[in-house]
Design a protein around this ligand. Structure first.
Ligand code: BYC
Length: 336
């Protein structure tokens, strides 16, 4: 019987199939056909997200050796370890799109890929650890919960676990701040000072305003992003204002007021020129963050070499065992 030769699928049909999967709210998986620009957008966003998790360990890592108690140190260590894990899931998700983690790291440390602006600010006191948990992880949750419904399967699935852990991070931050607020006047001032410094950078985490966001429209059409930057920023403010009231701190925005008609909070414009500067390498800690990341990567070279040598040795052992088994099998069968 002659095998039937499959007709090549016309490119148009593949694109239509891709669009139909997106429209039906189903997932695109690694082996599915996808437009080059969809793949490139995902690599850009997932790599940037992974880099943010890894660089994001630095501002808090600054306080690991100076945590005020063993309990706080254990909590902070666990959080930083979670972030390393998030980076790894995300690099793995990016790898399903055909890029290599080593290549992405190289692009980060040579300044060819971005990471979140928020991690370029210094952590001056232990209250910053609490405020990062409350505001930065709070913003991350607002931004990332919708990504659990992203059209690309591996990214969406990675986000489910990441979001659960981010939720623990946010609560630990809020609990730390509540503890400080029940303390001395100096501790309350420390919390307010940290809120004053982190509020606007947290709002900038959501990216430029919609009118200046070149990627949003296409990412929304592909259901990678599910909401615009401004929608998520508003959602974050609405969620955070009552938490600030409960905590007893003031958010540093004189334009913040309840909008009865909209049923949400109106707020002032972030300083977009600051966001542009920080994204382009001129934030307070950009150089320090990348230098530290580069040094850690170089210091880790021996671990990568050892792991590669060990993997090669294991492969050779397994190969030799398989060859032995293949040789022995006929004899064993004869002996039966
Ligand atoms: N910082 O067209 P737009 C975490 C870039 S991890 C730096 O709106 P898009 C956590 C943007 O990339 C937090 N760059 O872009 C970890 C684009 O440049 P390129 C990270 C920014 O992609 C540890 C250009 O500006 N979260 O939470 O549609 C401890 C124009 O922007 C920023 C994620 O990565 C910024 N803030 O939207 C605690 C979430 N904003 O790439 C917490 C996933 C914009 O064209 N990412 N840019 O050269 C996203 O949701 C989206 O990528 C963004 C930007 C909302 C960030």
């Amino acid at each position: 019987m002659t095998a039937e030769v499959a007709e090549p699928v016309p490119a148009q049909t593949q694109e239509e199939l891709f669009e139909a999967v997106i429209a039906a709210e189903q997932r695109i998986e690694p082996r599915d056909w996808m437009p080059d620009a969809y793949r490139a957008t995902l690599i850009r966003q997932i790599a940037q997200h992974a880099h943010s998790e890894i660089i994001g360990m630095q501002p808090e890592g600054n306080w690991l050796t100076r945590a005020p108690s063993l309990r706080r140190k254990a909590i902070l260590l666990a959080k930083a370890q979670d972030e390393a894990g998030h980076g790894l899931y995300l690099y793995a998700a990016a790898e399903t799109l055909g890029v290599d983690r080593a290549e992405l790291t190289e692009k980060l440390i040579s300044g060819r890929q971005k990471y979140s602006s928020i991690f370029n600010y210094p952590t001056l006191t232990y209250a910053d650890v609490g405020v990062i948990g409350w505001l930065v992880d709070g913003a991350a949750i607002c931004n990332q919960v919708p990504l659990c419904r992203c059209s690309y399967g591996p990214y969406a699935r990675a986000m489910v676990r990441i979001c659960k852990e981010e939720s623990f991070h946010q609560r630990q931050g809020y609990e730390l701040l509540m503890t400080l607020m029940r303390g001395t006047e100096a501790q309350r001032r420390m919390v307010q000072d940290a809120v004053d410094r982190w509020w606007w950078p947290s709002l900038m985490m959501f990216g430029p305003s919609d009118g200046d966001s070149p990627n949003t429209a296409r990412s929304m059409a592909w259901r990678i992003k599910r909401h615009t930057n401004d929608e998520l920023r508003r959602r974050f403010v609405d969620m955070t204002v009552p938490q600030a009231e409960h905590l007893g701190v003031t958010l540093p925005d004189p334009e913040l007021r309840w909008n009865e008609e909209r049923g949400g909070w109106d707020f002032g414009e972030p300083d977009w020129s600051e966001l542009t500067r920080v994204i382009h390498g001129q934030g307070p800690c950009n150089t320090q963050r990348i230098d530290r990341r580069r040094a850690a990567h170089e210091d880790g070279a021996w671990v990568r070499e050892a792991a590669t040598a060990y993997a090669a040795k294991r492969r050779a052992e397994v190969g030799a065992r398989t060859a032995d088994e293949a040789q022995n099998t006929p004899e064993q069968e004869n002996g039966k």
